[in-house]
Design a protein around this ligand. Sequence first.
Ligand SMILES: *[C@@H]1O[C@H](CO)[C@@H](O)[C@H](O)[C@H]1NC(C)=O
Ligand SMILES: *[C@@H]1O[C@H](CO)[C@@H](O)[C@H](O)[C@H]1NC(C)=O
Ligand SMILES: *[C@@H]1O[C@H](CO)[C@@H](O)[C@H](O)[C@H]1NC(C)=O
Length: 230
Amino acid sequence: MCGNNMSAPLPAIVPAARKATAAVIFLHGLGDTGHGWSEALAGIKSPHVKYICPHAPVMPVSLNMNMSMPSWFDIIGLSPDSQEDEAGIKQAAENVKALIDQEVKNGIPSNRIILGGFSQGGALSLYTALTTHQKLAGVIALSCWLPLRASFPQGPISGVNKDIAVLQCHGDCDPLVPVMFGSLTVEKLKTMINPANVTFKTYSGMMHSSSLEEMMDVKQFIDKHLPPID
Ligand SMILES: *[C@@H]1O[C@H](CO)[C@@H](O)[C@H](O)[C@H]1NC(C)=O
Ligand SMILES: *[C@@H]1O[C@H](CO)[C@@H](O)[C@H](O)[C@H]1NC(C)=O
Ligand SMILES: *[C@@H]1O[C@H](CO)[C@@H](O)[C@H](O)[C@H]1NC(C)=O
């Protein structure tokens, strides 16, 4: 899109109204782009926070008969026992870590960054937060699941994000990623990190989508964990 090589287009960004002292990096779902989420986040923005919504690379997706679409990694199936694209998930997490490093270089410490996402993007945000050495301010995991869950320990994880604050949200009428996967993920998370820091919210009648009520909960979480500093 810009520049003269084939690298992915630059993320959609909602700049801070004043000096950015915190950031939210939000990863969209399968087949989407960062634009819709950047508009949604612009609707709940705080003046000291920069919102970054990258776009996934376009790749063939097994689940969709190898059709090419924006996707952070390959998805083979949506049931809990489906085979997973381990190499693709790990590479995607590396790319997100590089994006975090870039913001750190721009002057925002990683513990002033919240990582979040919807569906496949939410799954990637959870996986990245639980495996990175960058201490984050929190994770917002919407309508999603924990990828490669067998790769995580049975008990508490070690590492910088073992007490990380997690907001997990799910529509109770989700036909694509059933709310049961969300609650199983929460149960698993509570064994891995401090359970006092995990919040699970379900939304009555909501499908595989978002809602105003959910966005208000997202705003409240961001304001709590990324308060203004002067
Ligand atoms: C493509 O452009 C990006 C951004 O300017 C740069 O980081 C990357 O190294 C470039 N890649 C190649 C193969 O030139
Ligand atoms: C998708 O591509 C893979 C690898 O190229 C191939 O093995 C598989 O049969 C293809 N699936 C469909 C539904 O075309
Ligand atoms: C996690 O929970 C503990 C115990 O309630 C609390 O002291 C700590 O501040 C929480 N951490 C975060 C990041 O919210």
